[in-house]
Design a protein around this ligand. Structure first.
Ligand SMILES: *[C@@H]1O[C@H](CO)[C@@H](O)[C@H](O)[C@H]1NC(C)=O
Ligand SMILES: *[C@@H]1O[C@H](CO)[C@@H](O)[C@H](O)[C@H]1NC(C)=O
Ligand SMILES: *[C@@H]1O[C@H](CO)[C@@H](O)[C@H](O)[C@H]1NC(C)=O
Ligand SMILES: *[C@@H]1O[C@H](CO)[C@@H](O)[C@H](O)[C@H]1NC(C)=O
Ligand SMILES: *[C@@H]1O[C@H](CO)[C@@H](O)[C@H](O)[C@H]1NC(C)=O
Ligand SMILES: *[C@@H]1O[C@H](CO)[C@@H](O)[C@H](O)[C@H]1NC(C)=O
Length: 462
């Protein structure tokens, strides 16, 4: 009897202890083992699509790319040197471009409408690129910020509201290093023994943007020259995850020191335009540009240099099928415009997603990523409330005789096949060499649910 009571009270104590541990928030330590163990907030994987914005003083010359200053004065690229010699007085400095970064036609509400029309679920703005110019009134970027020079506005603050009002998350890109900052160059000469730049610039900036704007993403960059120990990255991330005002919701990437890319942090970015084509075992993001050769606005770009909507959908399909998110970059002009070529691409994407978003948002990779027989078919899937799985095939080319061969889909007697946006079920039959053959509907252009790519939905019997 006594033993039973004792056992019962022991059970109660252990239950209480368990509850207590369960309720206590996890604390992250400033080391990669601990930082890497944090689960990625679920909103990020569900969102799938974001808009990247590269905007800054580099948008004024808008020549070559956002690396203009470095190309001109860092490596003295002849094309850039000649452009400056031909068009600017001798002795003209990069800082003199800043007053021309006027943003005089910038309308944050309009930008947010354009971004939202693309179907994107988050927006990431360059709060500071490698040139060091901050788009917010930073206390540690004296006279080199958008409030003191150029637009005379808090551009970060102005964009955050309208983006969030439309239900999108708001993230900030931030460059750890600056090409020409004297303190950074001094630390570099000391082989990273001193940390003057990190102490007086990088860290204060990161704390400022988190506390002032509560970003949903910190998209770190400019990490590659110095070790993460120089940047104090794990200390910052431990604060971000334990104590910051966004500790439970913020998402970060993997650019926190020269050995962290594709290894540590939040989701992986690996290389710019990363699109591995095979399933990855860690959440990742493909950050890519609509202008193939530049992130910042490039005045010399031309039509062939911009991705078509078909190319954009191809990248979207392969990225999402393999477990990635797509971050699509636009480069606004110095006066604050998103040019029609970017706007058109984003609106076309939104039109497509209105019909086919079911195959993208909150989807999961399937057993197969692309079809093993027909090229340019990418699969996604979704588990439904009743526990069965729907499979989606994103078809990027309409088959010649309306007969679509899919070797990766196993025929099942009660399987139904639909095209998203089209009411009638599609006929299908087993394919003699394995898989299925789906009869694509003979539709007039007027009745096509979408252009450029189509989604087939396979519903297996429960
Ligand atoms: C800014 O854009 C919004 C949305 O397109 C529009 O309603 C508003 O009139 C614009 N404001 C100005 C000052 O042009
Ligand atoms: C934002 O886009 C979604 C579609 O993705 C739409 O349902 C919603 O109405 C849009 N919001 C605004 C404020 O335009
Ligand atoms: C780096 O983090 C350590 C430990 O939190 C702290 O003592 C140090 O002051 C930080 N250094 C900089 C440059 O932020
Ligand atoms: C700059 O410092 C002032 C005074 O301490 C503070 O009120 C303000 O919030 C700071 N700005 C930012 C962006 O953190
Ligand atoms: C278009 O622009 C790209 C990048 O600047 C360049 O490589 C290409 O030669 C240009 N094509 C034409 C047809 O001008
Ligand atoms: C499927 O994708 C892989 C990786 O991108 C590629 O190597 C393979 O050729 C593709 N299969 C088909 C049938 O296109």
């Amino acid at each position: 009897m006594a033993r039973t009571v004792c056992a019962k009270s022991m059970l109660l104590v252990s239950l209480l202890v368990c509850c207590f541990i369960g309720l206590t928030a996890v604390k992250y330590d400033p080391n990669w083992n601990s930082i890497d163990s944090r689960p990625l907030p679920s909103w990020y994987d569900e969102a799938k699509i974001g808009i990247f914005i590269h905007w800054g003083v580099f948008s004024v010359p808008a020549f070559g790319s956002e690396w203009f200053w470095w190309n001109w004065q860092g490596i003295k690229n002849p094309d850039h040197v000649k452009f400056m010699a031909d068009n600017y007085k001798p002795g003209f400095t990069y800082a003199e471009f800043a007053p021309k970064f006027t943003g005089e036609l910038f309308n944050a509400t309009h930008w947010a409408d354009v971004f939202n029309s693309s179907g994107a679920r988050y927006v990431v703005l360059t709060s500071k690129h490698h040139e060091g110019f901050t788009l917010w009134p930073s206390n540690v970027s004296w006279n080199w910020n958008a409030m003191d020079v150029g637009p005379h506005k808090d551009l970060v603050g102005e964009l955050a509201g309208p983006v969030r009002n439309r239900g999108m998350k708001f993230g900030l890109y931030h460059s750890l290093f600056e090409w020409f900052h004297p303190l950074y160059l001094a630390d570099k000469s000391s082989k990273w023994a001193t940390k003057h730049f990190v102490k007086s610039k990088t860290m204060p900036e990161l704390y400022e943007i988190v506390n002032a704007y509560r970003p949903d993403i910190i998209w770190s960059d400019g990490e590659w020259e110095a070790p993460d120990t120089y940047w104090n990255s794990t200390d910052f991330l431990a604060w971000l995850y334990n104590e910051s005002p966004v500790k439970d919701t913020v998402v970060t990437n993997d650019r926190w020191g020269k050995d962290t890319l594709c290894k540590h942090g939040g989701y992986y970015t690996c290389v710019d335009r990363y699109n591995p084509g095979i399933l990855q075992n860690h959440k990742w993001e493909n950050c890519m540009t609509l202008d193939k050769s530049s992130w910042g606005y490039n005045r010399r770009s031309n039509l062939t240099n911009y991705l078509t909507i078909h190319e954009t959908l191809t990248v979207l399909a392969s990225t999402v099928s393999c477990g990635g998110n797509l971050l699509i970059n636009v480069g606004p002009t110095a006066d604050g415009l998103i040019l029609p070529i970017f706007e058109e691409r984003l609106r076309e994407l939104g039109q497509w997603l209105k019909v086919n978003g079911e195959a993208i948002y909150s989807s999961e990779p399937w057993t197969h990523q692309n079809d093993t027989y027909t090229p340019d078919i990418w699969y996604t899937s979704k588990v439904t409330a009743d526990g069965s799985r729907h499979v989606y095939a994103i078809v990027l080319h309409w088959p010649l005789n309306n007969q679509l061969h899919l070797a990766s889909v196993t025929p099942q007697s009660e399987m139904s096949v639909n095209m998203l946006g089209h009411a009638a079920a599609l006929e299908w039959k087993p394919r003699p060499r394995g898989g299925v053959v789906v009869a694509m509907p003979a539709l007039s252009p007027r009745d096509m649910p979408s252009q450029h790519a189509w989604v087939l939905k396979f519903q297996h019997p429960a």
